[in-house]
Design a protein around this ligand. Structure first.
Ligand SMILES: [Zn+2]
Length: 270
């Protein structure tokens, strides 16, 4: 399914390497979990994407079940669409990818799942967590996939590349994208800021897509340890822009109860 990033021809299914008919060759990871299709001159840094520390923190947080409500809603929604190929764009450690794979199996679908992410560290986790999916290190802005080859794209908390997603989707294909609802992490924001602002809930318009509707996911979670709180904090944009003192106050806590709220927006490729 994946294409050679140099010449665009299909890659074979080799055990240790993937090669195209022109002889370009790409190594699979030692455990076989992913193939690295990122071109050296496009990397920007030696090891782009989320760092191993970030991946470990996120894995810890997600595996403790705090975002289960979102995981279940995304996987149930994605599995409703008839599909031969589903792409999880920006799949990270494969937490949602694995749930989508499970939902598809339970619904009797034989759809193939592909995951793309910029981070090798993330895909090392993903390959182990979801052995029946195919993963590639690549940029979402330059997906190693043919035109009109995916029936569904899921997209959670990764950069939005609507033109590239449209290129890869079949006509009538579905894009599921997740964004935070107005009061997502309200308890955490209250702990950080004197006057927290709600997130904007307006749907975004993308060329080549028709907005079909949305699924709202709301829950309340209690973070049970300082380590989990630290992990959550690192996953948020606030980690970059909060004054040290406020961050220190938050991270000194052992527990935090907060609302979580997500919007799954559904788009039809037209
Ligand atoms: Zn090639």
């Amino acid at each position: 399914m994946f294409l050679c990033p140099v010449c665009g021809k299909p890659l074979d299914d080799g055990e240790k390497t993937r090669a195209c008919p022109s002889g370009h060759c790409f190594d699979r990871s030692a455990q076989g979990g992913y193939v690295n299709l990122l071109r050296t001159n496009r990397r920007g840094s030696a090891d782009p994407g989320d760092s191993p520390e970030m991946c470990r923190a996120r894995t810890r947080f997600l595996e403790n079940g705090y975002y289960e409500a979102l995981r279940d809603a995304v996987s149930d929604t994605a599995a409703q669409f008839p599909a031969r190929y589903i792409l999880d764009a920006g799949c990270g450690e494969g937490y949602y990818t694995a749930a989508i794979a499970r939902a598809l199996r339970e619904s009797g679908s034989s759809a193939k799942i592909l995951g793309v992410d910029l981070s090798k560290a993330a895909l090392r986790h993903a390959g182990k967590r979801c052995p029946d999916a195919e993963f590639a290190v690549a940029s979402l802005f330059e997906l190693p996939l043919p035109d009109h080859s995916a029936d569904v794209i899921t997209h959670l908390f990764a950069p939005m590349c609507a033109p590239e997603f449209r290129r890869v989707l079949v006509d009538g294909g579905a894009l599921l994208t997740v964004k935070p609802g107005a009061e997502h992490l309200w308890g955490l924001k209250e702990a950080l800021y004197d006057e927290p602002y709600p997130n904007d809930e307006e749907e975004t318009v993308y060329d080549g897509f028709h907005w079909m509707g949305r699924v709202a996911v709301d829950d309340e979670i209690t973070i049970r340890s300082r380590e989990d709180l630290q992990a959550l904090y690192q996953m948020t944009p606030y980690a970059w822009r909060t004054p040290k003192e406020a961050a220190g106050r938050l991270l000194a806590r052992d527990t935090l109860t907060t609302k979580i709220s997500f919007l799954i927006d559904l788009y039809l490729a037209v």
